[in-house]
Design a protein around this ligand. Structure first.
Ligand code: G3P
Length: 218
């Protein structure tokens, strides 16, 4: 399973990259806004800065909601760096844009996926990856992990190359559940990745090893 970090914060990206288990980055307009980045040139430079920290796919989202605007923005983003993946919303104009980018060899991430039908459309259009938002589905008392399972199953039925990128992850258990059902990628906040380390028996065991070592010195 590939681990992406879901943030535009350079310090957090650096911290995750230093662990040696980071495969890519996803951003969205809300995450960019959180870092105070909205001026067009600054946005583009920030994506380049992220690409310089992680040698893997970096999702950069278009703001336009019409085909022409998405194509213009997406081509500009894709030209920034070989690792840029153009993130496009799950709307009819977005699906047209994904088909266009796919024909041109530009990688895409179809975002705001909340149903298997939407994921099927995105795969048919040639999306490189789809982002089902599991946390936001759980928030409304539906089952986000079940959606991931359904999409993985459908893609396997037809051999679609589109990767399932589980997004809107809120905790380490989400990551684990997605791994069990075969999601290709989990994009996570740093706290969820770090949460995977936690087990009280590891802490107790390490404390005992160190105490025994100290005592054996006499
Ligand atoms: O990047 C898309 C997704 O991961 C958003 O997560 O926590 O805002 O639902 P969240």
């Amino acid at each position: 399973m590939n681990f992406f970090i879901d943030t535009a914060n350079l310090e957090q990206i650096k911290e995750a990259a230093q662990l040696g288990v980071l495969d890519g980055v996803t951003t969205n307009p809300s995450l960019m806004a959180k870092e105070g980045i909205s001026e067009p040139k600054a946005v583009l430079q920030h994506y380049v800065d992220i690409c310089n920290l992680v040698d893997g796919p970096v999702s950069a989202e278009v703001i336009s909601t019409n085909f022409e605007g998405m194509i213009k923005e997406g081509e500009e983003l894709a030209a920034l760096h070989k690792n840029i993946v153009v993130k496009v919303p799950m709307i009819a104009e977005g699906i047209k844009a994904i088909k266009y980018f796919s024909d041109k060899g530009i990688k895409t991430n179809c975002t705001l996926i909340f149903s298997a039908g939407q994921a099927l459309l995105a795969a048919k259009a040639g999306a490189t990856m789809v982002s089902p938002f599991i946390g936001r589905i759980d928030d409304i008392n539906w089952d986000g992990v079940q959606l991931i399972e359904q999409i993985v199953h459908i893609y396997q039925n037809y051999g679609y190359a589109t990767e399932v990128l589980a997004a809107s992850i809120r905790n380490p258990l989400h990551i684990l559940k997605c791994a069990e059902i075969g999601a290709d990628i989990a994009t996570c906040p740093l706290s969820s990745i770090m949460g995977l380390f936690n087990h009280p028996l590891t802490d107790i065991g390490l404390a005992k090893f160190l105490a025994d070592h100290k005592n054996s010195k006499g």
